[in-house]
Design a protein around this ligand. Structure first.
Ligand code: ZN
Length: 296
């Protein structure tokens, strides 16, 4: 089943849900970054959570999610664009911990710290940042806490990654369900019971459920209807032009030093691993094209 994100709404319009199947894009992230199982699960949960939160954005907005903990994983960054593209990385992709209660120990890898969610508006203007302390470092509960704190909307977020014994991603996905103002106690009770009874997100995906079927299960009894389904994929926004910009940002002194020692410069995109190489001629042209004194 191709990766996708779906949105649904209860018949009375007071409960909304998003669900995603992200197996292929999490596997692509694993291959690009060479992550080991615990890091794969952490990164996959972060990418899936960014896509789910991205599904709540207005047209043209972008969103980035940053988890900074004191655990061995270091920092996790994931960002999602409205076209269904997502990308991300972790500081230490080779992080792998012994399982805890039979599950990959993402909370142990992340540790204690903060979650920062940044929304970049479509129109020029400053981004909107929210920072909350991590609840568990397991990502899902942390993102739910962010939604409750920043939007005062009771939310449940589940994200999960199933890693096969050979290290590849067998299944990944997640859901986000919110009770909007006006939701009845009965609807909320029903939702809580459904979620308590539901298997983990990665089990739902392993069972072969798509986003619509996941929401059907989680919002059972609330007569959910599908609003939208869109493809999602691992997609980076880097380019040779942006990499050149990074070279220029090094400044004149650093560029001179690179030219003297290596005679070339290489910029590696930390999101996707793409390498951009600039040879001496190009770098000389940058240096000569720069206005006097800049970067010096
Ligand atoms: Zn890139």
């Amino acid at each position: 089943m191709a990766d996708h994100l779906g949105r649904g709404l209860s018949a009375d319009g007071t409960v909304r849900g998003l669900a995603a199947v992200t197996t292929d894009l999490v596997e692509e992230a694993r291959r690009r970054h060479g992550t080991l199982p615990t890091a794969t699960a952490a990164l996959g949960r972060g990418l899936t959570a960014a896509l789910l939160l991205g599904g709540l954005l207005k047209t043209g907005e972008r969103l980035s999610l940053e988890v900074s903990g004191d655990g061995p994983l270091g920092c996790l960054l994931a960002d999602a664009s409205p076209d269904g593209g997502v990308r991300g990385f972790v500081s230490r992709p080779r992080t792998d911990l012994p399982p805890r209660r039979g599950k990959l120990d993402v909370g142990g890898a992340v540790g204690r710290g903060i979650l920062c969610v940044m929304r970049v508006p479509a129109a020029p203007g400053p981004p909107y940042r929210s920072i909350v302390p991590l609840v568990s470092g397991e990502i899902g509960a942390d993102v739910a806490r962010y939604l409750v704190d920043s939007e005062q909307t009771p939310s449940v977020v589940g994200v999960g990654v199933w890693v096969e014994p050979d290290g590849r991603v067998g299944a990944a996905g997640g859901y986000l369900v919110q009770a909007m103002p006006g939701a009845s106690d009965g609807a909320i009770d029903r939702l809580e019971a459904n979620i308590a009874a539901a298997p983990t997100p990665s089990e739902l995906v392993r069972e072969g459920l798509d986003a619509s079927a996941m929401l059907g299960r989680l919002m059972q009894g609330l007569a959910p209807r599908d609003l939208e389904r869109r493809p999602v994929a691992y997609r980076c926004r880097c380019s040779r032009e942006r990499a050149l910009g990074a070279c220029i940002a090094m400044g004149r002194d650093e560029l001179e030093r690179v030219l003297t020692s290596d005679r070339r410069a290489e910029v590696v995109c930390e999101f996707c691993g793409s390498r951009y190489e600039f040879l001496e001629d190009e770098l000389r042209a940058i240096l000569e094209g720069k206005s006097p004194g800049s970067g010096a």
